[in-house]
Structure formats: structure tokens, C-alpha cells
Design a protein around this ligand. Structure first.
Ligand code: DLL
Length: 433
């Protein structure tokens, strides 16, 4: 039987959701106009005042915020509450430029943790569960968010943080952990390590996994589910909007329900900024309807996604987002063709490989080179050159048919590609250096 953490809001009628969104947006825009000079200036430049915002449909009149604005305003320029009201920061691991520093009041932490609690309950979690949180603790939002959510559900929370794989496995087995929260790539690594230690799916006490923070394919989901003997649920979020739990999967597992009483989602054309109709693929944009300290308005996530309001059999009424297809900035353009790492992963897993791969792009004589390093599994490992060449050719053909361009495939020995305990590094693009 489907359970909910906050049934009255998770199953609210569309009219009720729109009523809440209208009310919260009007209040939020007054708040940023009065308390966030950075955004007031943007509104003035766009010729909009709080009087123009009466319902959620008026949101289109408001200017966007982007990562560049956050860099511009670093560190305190996007803070909309006095410091005395703020109790926490979290921050991204950002690879370029300044980090994003997000601020939280106690109210902001509570709503974020409630969103994570909704996700845990949707994955079957109750106060009888032992929930091991193997996302990184510290500045990263993964550990803190799921930890808070697990407390709210009343699970016995095991705050292992990421890394120390042997200890993770010891706690899973000894404490009989039933829910595992970590990145999908770390879940795959844990599964691989447990298999090597001789644990089959029936020996492992886990029943559910809550995996997110990076793109992962359906094939990878099936792989992890089989090896750990669990049901694996996707969870999405980003530091700027709060962290994990912006959206999450229910038992139906066909898209993630966005907590739209707190976060209003739009899909826009990334080139023109125009709002696209439901069902179109484009860039996901979020507005925080009731966060106080760091209220992002029309924040451009760069995640490429599709929204649907089709009825969901789980009973939740909140809009669903499809698994992000990639990011506008993670998308590789190789010889003019758009390539997402997730497409490559799909081909590999369909041909029986584990999700241990690396994509290396370079430019030689003005032409892009495109190589995919793929680890053989221990079962397929061989020193028979002919057999390896056959496998490489088959993979290369699979990639060509998926992507429309040819990749050089190099099979490497098991365990030669570095494993990740957090977000996996899949792409090495040497063209940028
Ligand atoms: O990754 C928050 C999070 C922690 C989500 C734990 C889920 C679980 P950031 O480090 O700010 O925050 O990175 C946010 O990661 O814009 C997406 O591109 C990507 N991302 C997050 N979840 C998913 C997912 C956290 N389920 C960025 N599928 C986002 C695909 C995801 N990409």
C-alpha cells in the first residue's frame, strides 16, 4: 500500500496546489523586492514590480537567475534574510569559478528535510527502517538532506558519509540496513564489492536505495537492483534550490514528483528563454516559493528535462519530471554531434558491461577525437586478442547506432578505471585545456 509523509499536500487537488502557489508566489516576490536588492534591481531592469505578480501564471514576467548571477553575488549578495536568522550554509563542489554558497533559516531546513522525508517514505521507508546515509556529509547537500529526512521519518539513521567501503558493508550487514542513500555510481561500486566478498542479493538486508546527484540510466538501475536485491529510487535536487528532494520517485518509478508546493518548475527553450508547453524537452527552471534565506526565482538549472502532469497511479498529484537527459553544459559536442554520457552508458550496459567507463575527447589537427575506455567485467576478461577485438567492434557499432558518430572503443582490464565514492567523473575533455 502506498504511503505518504504529508498526504494532505502530496495528494492535493490541482486547484488546491495552484491556490497555494498563487498565494506563496505573491508573498515571495514581495519578500525579494524588499529584502534582496540584487533581484529587485533585476526586476526594475525588466520593468516588473510586485504589483504585476498576482498569480503563478505571472511568473513568466519575472527575470531569470543563473549561475553567473550567483558568482556575481558571491558570497552574501543573494542572502535575503539577516545573518542572525540564518543557521546553516551548504555549498556545491563546483569545478569552475566560485562555489555556490546557499543559506538556510531553520524554516528552510525544515522544509528541505520534509521534502527528503517525502522521498524516503515514497521509497517505502518507515520508522522501522535502518537508513544508511552514504552521501558525503559536510558542505555537499546529499548527506545533510537525507540525514534530516531520515530523522523526520523516524528511521534509525546511520551517518556513514561516503567512502570507506569496507566499513559501509560492515554496517549494512551488521546493523541490517534496509535503506541505502548514496550516488548511483557509489551504489554500483558497493554492489561490486559485496559481490566480490561473496554476498548475493539474498544475503543483503537492504530493500531500497535512494540514489541521485548524478545522471544514471535505466540499465544501471536494473544492474544495481539485481546485484543488491533492492528497488532503486531516483532522487533529484540541487544546492541552489535546497539540495536533494526537490523531486523524487514513487513506487510507479515513471518520473520524479516535484515538491511543487515549495518549488515551481518550468521548462524553457535554453536559447530564447521562452516557456515551452508541457511535454516539451528543454531547460528546467525552478522558483522557490517559500524559502526565506536563499530564494531563487526562475533559476536556470541547465538540466535538460521534460515535465508531465499525467495522472500517476501512486496517488500523488504533483507534476513529474523525467530523468534529466543531461545538462546543457555536460552535453559534449563531438564533431558537431550532441552526445550525452547517459547515451553511452545505455549502450555499454545493454551489452553486459558494468558502468565503469570514461569518455576522452581531444582535438587533433582540428578534428575531434572520441575515445571510450570501457572496463571488461571479470567474467569477460580474457587475453585472447581476437575476442577482445570482436567485443570492441560490437561496442563501437552500438555506439555508432546510438550517437550517429564513430567512437574508438578501448577495452581495459577489470578495476583499472578509478571508482568514485561521490559523483563519478565520466568525461575527460582535453579540448578545453
Ligand atoms: O547533487 C543534490 C543531490 C544530492 C541530489 C543527493 C540528489 C541526491 P549539486 O551538487 O548542487 O546538488 O548538483 C546538482 O546534479 O543540477 C543535476 O545536474 C545533477 N543531479 C542531481 N540529481 C540528479 C539525478 C546535488 N537524480 C546537479 N539525476 C543537478 C541526474 C542529477 N542528475
Amino acid at each position: 500500500m502506498e504511503r505518504y509523509f504529508q498526504p494532505e499536500i502530496e495528494r492535493a487537488s490541482r486547484e488546491e496546489i495552484v491556490r497555494i502557489q498563487n498565494e506563496k508566489l505573491v508573498k515571495q516576490i514581495k519578500h525579494v523586492w524588499e529584502d534582496l536588492p540584487y533581484y529587485r534591481k533585476k526586476m526594475m531592469d525588466a520593468g516588473v514590480t510586485p504589483d504585476d505578480i498576482k498569480t503563478i501564471d505571472d511568473i513568466k514576467k519575472l527575470p531569470f537567475l543563473s549561475k553567473a548571477d550567483l558568482r556575481d553575488a558571491y558570497p552574501y549578495g543573494m542572502l535575503a534574510k539577516p545573518l542572525k536568522d540564518c543557521v546553516r550554509i551548504q555549498s556545491t563542489s563546483g569545478t569552475t569559478g566560485k562555489r555556490v554558497v546557499a543559506f538556510y533559516t531553520q524554516h528552510d531546513l525544515d522544509l528541505w528535510e520534509e521534502c527528503c522525508a517525502r522521498a524516503i517514505v515514497a521509497a517505502g521507508g518507515t520508522n522501522e527502517d535502518v537508513c544508511q546515509v552514504a552521501y558525503g556529509y559536510g558542505l555537499f547537500t546529499g548527506g545533510a538532506g537525507l540525514h534530516g529526512g531520515s530523522h523526520k521519518v523516524g528511521c534509525l539513521t546511520v551517518p556513514t558519509s561516503s567512502g570507506n567501503t569496507e566499513r559501509q558493508i560492515m554496517f549494512i550487514m551488521d546493523l541490517k540496513a534496509t535503506i541505502l542513500c548514496c550516488t548511483p555510481s557509489y551504489a554500483a561500486y558497493l554492489a561490486e564489492s559485496m559481490k566480490e566478498m561473496g554476498y548475493g542479493p539474498d544475503d543483503i538486508p537492504l530493500k531500497a536505495g535512494i540514489f541521485g546527484a548524478e545522471p544514471w540510466s535505466e540499465e544501471m538501475r536494473h544492474n544495481i537492483e539485481e546485484m543488491l536485491g533492492i528497488k532503486a529510487y531516483d532522487i533529484y535536487g540541487l544546492t541552489e534550490i535546497s539540495g536533494p528532494g526537490v523531486s523524487f520517485e514513487c513506487s510507479e518509478q515513471r518520473g520524479m514528483h516535484i515538491n511543487e508546493d515549495h518549488f515551481y518548475a518550468e521548462i524553457i527553450d535554453p536559447d530564447t528563454g521562452e516557456t515551452l508547453p508541457e511535454g516539451s524537452q528543454g531547460e528546467l527552471v525552478f522558483t522557490c516559493l517559500d524559502k526565506e534565506a536563499f530564494p531563487m526565482i526562475r533559476y536556470r538549472t541547465r538540466d535538460i528535462c521534460v515535465l508531465t502532469r499525467e495522472k500517476c497511479s501512486c496517488g500523488r498529484t504533483h507534476v513529474r519530471m523525467r530523468k534529466p537527459q543531461g545538462r546543457t553544459d555536460d552535453m559534449l559536442i563531438i564533431r558537431g554531434v550532441n552526445v550525452f554520457p547517459s547515451q553511452i552508458e545505455t549502450v555499454l550496459l545493454n551489452q553486459g558491461y558494468a558502468p565503469n567507463y570514461q569518455i576522452i575527447v581531444d582535438r587533433v589537427n582540428n578534428t575531434d577525437t572520441f575515445e571510450v575506455l570501457v572496463e571488461m567485467t571479470p567474467e569477460m576478461f580474457t587475453d585472447n586478442i581476437g575476442a577482445i577485438a570482436d567485443r570492441q567492434a560490437k561496442l563501437s557499432a552500438g555506439l555508432l547506432s546510438m550517437l550517429g558518430i564513430k567512437a574508438k572503443v578501448s577495452l581495459v582490464a577489470p578495476k583499472t578505471i578509478t571508482r568514485s565514492e561521490g559523483k563519478a567523473v565520466r568525461v575527460i575533455d582535453k579540448r578545453k585545456v
